[in-house]
Design a protein around this ligand. Structure first.
Ligand code: IVH
Length: 676
């Protein structure tokens, strides 16, 4: 049978299965028996196993049930469920501790202790207990808002429903991982691709009886909000969890120093294959809660924790071709197309080559035999090529000097910080003049952290682009739905859903809006800083008239690189048209309206000189937590200059000239009602 026929057959089967699901779950009127259903499902999975090009999102190997997310109520997490940053090497780990020590302004590293907790690869859940009773169970969702899956979670034996211990907090949100043991997965192999899919699918079943059939386990490891928790470090918390009746990871440890963390990492990695649950690394958390509190968060991960991932799996394959992909910021990324090879259960056919310099350094050529590495969730990459196996006729790979999409020259920029040329080559055309860049800009615009338009994924951007339905972000709000309705794979209902999701996202916070523009070097954090500085859209737009770009250097955290990039953005006429059009369509909330009224609100600060036992970064977080702002130079806009040891004389002098209040560390902490 040809690939096409198999594919057609496969799609037909999945469509039919979805119809069975719809009848069963939505109408409560199954049209086939359970065993017929199971047999049919297995047919699809077998077909996938035999033909690895079959890989539909709605395949039963990836999901079970029918659009379960619509079945659950969405609930906001009182404390967001964050993610963790990753460390892949000893260097990453040392940097992690260095940053902590810098932040805490601590030179001696001998006394930071960490918990080392094997990271189970499952699905996280939040369990809310009030007066010892399990009230609500939520999925992680997008971290801010989860689904109420209480009735499914209560079917898990490991989850205590009532806790009578005297020292159990009155209110607490206990968090941990739901997973399936490998031995239990053996019996479910036919139905799911891997244990993680099995856990996620069964947790979100509409009917709890279906969840109950799957032997799910739960391990607890952290908490969200709490009232009445009487421990002050993570290790004691883990001990308490098990006293209260929760399962905790038997391999959890308390460890001091990076060297010992590495020793433990190697020991656990050796045990990994013999464990009955999948782990993909070890989570390290600063043990002391007081330090955790001081360290706080950056973007959506804590500064006090990191996931040390296990080294990947490697495989050898042949490089069939080298493709050049063009990113949103014009960067040309070479990608090796390789003969498909299975690495750790995943079929890999692409591997990133990073950039031009990397290809030259490793002398990677088409036709080479290469070692490919897949570490954690990151894109596989080429480790090395075997030059001995190389064909005599093989030729060095020549990196394109013109953009493969628009033909513009490609350039390597000079980096003002490293004082070197970038390793990355870029398309020199600006924004929307290059088709590939435009498509990537649109993908960014609709992405999760930007507009977050439900159901408007990368594939849709590409197909709408090809059909000339969208070219600029504003086109998304002027779609020809009549035309879309007639396209293959679309119908009345799906078009209605799309219309709804787009309309729903017309109201947007100013910071998200700035981020969505995809200005180079303006990520989430910088977008936040800019939105605070400008307050509202019109002030930001005014940059195109007043050219006050250098003023932006006053924003702490914004440097020359960012300012140049913003300047570039505003110098492009098309970008201004896009801004104008979007402003007409969207409701961009001003930042000032939602600003908190903290102790330091409307006050600006600058630190000069070394402080005692508190780092710059910590002071900055303290200021921001209390609604103040930090600036990077002394100007009329500055309210307080905080002076430490050996301050910059010029700063103190100018501050005196401008009659700015000069305070020391103690006076500053007093403003926050803190004494030390
Ligand atoms: S702590 C801010 N501890 O890893 C703290 N997470 O990448 C984040 N995970 O969503 C959670 N084992 O699903 C924590 N011992 C452990 C963990 C763990 C597994 C998962 C969890 C989380 C993800 C973060």
């Amino acid at each position: 049978m040809s690939q096409k026929i198999i594919e057609k057959e496969y799609k037909k089967k999945i469509k039919l299965l979805n119809e069975y699901n719809r009848k069963y779950y939505n109408e409560n009127a199954p049209i086939i028996t359970d065993s017929e259903y199971d047999k049919f499902k297995k047919e699809i999975i077998d077909l996938e196993k035999k033909n690895n090009f079959l890989d539909l999102k709605n395949s039963p190997s990836k999901s079970i049930g029918f659009k379960p997310s619509k079945n659950f109520n969405k609930v906001k997490h009182k404390v967001p469920m964050l993610s963790l940053s990753n460390a892949f090497s000893e260097v990453d780990l040392k940097n992690f501790e260095k940053k902590i020590l810098n932040f805490l302004s601590q030179i001696n590293n001998s006394n930071i202790s960490y918990t080392a907790e094997p990271k189970i690869d499952g699905i996280s859940a939040s369990l809310i207990y009030i007066n010892g009773k399990l009230k609500t169970g939520l999925s992680r969702g997008d971290g801010k808002e989860g689904e109420d899956i209480t009735s499914n979670l209560v079917t898990i034996k490991d989850i205590p429903k009532i806790i009578l211990s005297k020292d159990f907090p009155e209110k607490i949100d206990i968090r941990g991982e739901v997973f399936i043991q490998n031995s239990d997965f053996e019996n479910l192999k036919e139905k799911f691709a891997n244990p993680r899919n099995a856990a996620s699918g069964s947790l979100r079943q509409k009917n709890p009886a279906d969840t109950k059939k799957i032997p799910l386990k739960f391990i607890a490891y952290t908490f969200g909000f709490e009232e009445g928790l009487k421990v002050n470090n993570q290790y004691d918390y883990l001990k308490k969890l098990s006293e209260w009746g929760f399962k905790t990871n038997p391999l959890n440890k308390l460890i001091v120093g990076i060297d010992k963390l590495l020793k433990n990492y190697n020991e656990v990695e050796k045990k990994r294959a013999s464990l009955d649950f999948d782990i993909d690394g070890i989570v390290y958390k600063v043990n002391d809660f007081r330090l955790q509190k001081r360290l706080g968060f950056v973007a959506n991960a804590p500064r006090w924790a990191i996931a040390h991932k296990f080294s990947s799996n490697k495989a050898i394959s042949e490089i069939v071709d080298i493709d050049i992909q063009i990113g949103r910021t014009g960067a040309l990324t070479p990608v090796a197309k390789i003969k498909p090879v299975n690495i750790g259960g995943v079929l890999v056919s692409n591997a990133t080559l990073h950039n031009e310099d990397e290809i030259n350094r490793k002398d990677i050529r088409v036709g080479d035999t290469a070692t490919i590495e897949r570490a954690g969730d990151v894109i596989p990459h080429i480790l090395s090529v075997d030059t001995k196996k190389r064909n005599k006729n093989s030729k060095k790979f020549i990196f394109p000097k013109n953009c493969p999409s628009c033909g513009s020259k490609t350039i390597k920029e000079f980096n003002i910080i490293t004082k070197k040329k970038d390793a990355v080559r870029r398309c020199s055309s600006e924004g929307y003049d290059c088709d590939k860049i435009s498509i990537e800009k649109l993908k960014h615009f609709v992405s999760k952290e930007a507009l977050n338009i439900d159901g408007f994924g990368k594939k849709i951007v590409e197909s709408f682009w090809k059909l000339n339905l969208i070219k600029f972000p504003q086109d998304i709000f002027k779609l020809n739905f009549k035309k879309i309705e007639k396209l293959e794979g679309w119908g009345k209902l799906s078009v209605e859903n799309l219309k709804y999701s787009i309309n729903e996202k017309k109201r947007i916070s100013f910071e998200r809006f700035i981020y969505s523009l995809g200005i180079r070097h303006i990520g989430l954090e910088n977008a936040k800083l800019l939105s605070k500085y400008f307050g509202k859209f019109s002030n930001f737009y005014d940059l195109s008239q007043n050219n006050k770009f250098s003023d932006l250097l006053n924003i702490d955290g914004i440097g020359e690189t960012q300012v140049n990039s913003i300047k570039n953005f505003f110098s492009n006429k098309m970008n201004l048209i896009v801004l104008n059009e979007l402003e007409k369509i969207l409701f961009i909330d001003s930042t000032t309206n939602i600003r908190k009224k903290g102790l330091l609100s409307d006050k600006t600060f600058l630190v000069t000189g070394k402080l005692d036992g508190i780092s710059r970064a910590e002071i900055k977080s303290l200021i921001e937590e209390n609604s103040g702002t930090t600036v990077s130079s002394v100007s009329k806009k500055l309210n307080y200059l905080i002076v430490g040891d050996k301050p910059t004389k010029r700063k103190v002098f100018t501050a005196k000239e401008l009659k700015i209040k000069i305070i020391d560390q103690v006076q500053f902490l007093k403003m926050l009602n803190k004494t030390s």
